[in-house]
Design a protein around this ligand. Structure first.
Ligand code: 5GP
Ligand code: ZN
Length: 115
């Protein structure tokens, strides 16, 4: 039904380096990693962006946060990480299916925003 890129990854139509999966959430490595650890965590069910989230999405959005540290530690970011969710034009969202970036590694990721 949803022909978006990340829905196709959920359905296995496009390969991805999966690192975590449960009933509601999938996580896989970003194809262009910007840090030694760079994972995308997505709801399996299509949600276009946080600008489209509804109260029905509360549980899955919470689960994305709740599994983040375990994924980060598994991937080698053992002393913290940064989570980023870009939303819409202003947020610079490129793929229109909610995704949380987990970025990290052995070293601090640096300032939150470039000037
Ligand atoms: P956004 O800018 O929307 O927050 O981030 C989209 C992210 O998706 C980018 O970091 C980009 O590298 C990643 N990405 C785009 N296409 C693919 C793909 O086909 N596979 C994977 N694993 N990541 C992708
Ligand atoms: Zn989708």
């Amino acid at each position: 039904m949803h022909d978006c890129l990340f829905c196709r990854i959920v359905r296995g139509e496009i390969p991805a380096a999966k690192v975590y999966e449960d009933d509601e959430v999938l996580a896989f490595r970003d194809i262009q990693p910007q840090r030694p650890v760079h994972v995308l965590v997505i709801p399996k069910r299509h949600i276009t962006s946080l600008a489209h989230a509804t109260p029905e999405d509360t549980l899955v959005l919470g689960r994305m946060l709740a599994v983040a540290n375990g994924i980060a530690v598994d991937q080698g970011s053992t002393d913290g990480f940064r989570s980023i969710i870009n939303t819409g034009r202003v947020g610079g969202q490129e793929v229109m299916h909610v995704h949380m970036h987990i970025v990290g590694g052995p070293d601090p990721v640096g300032p939150m925003l470039k000037r």
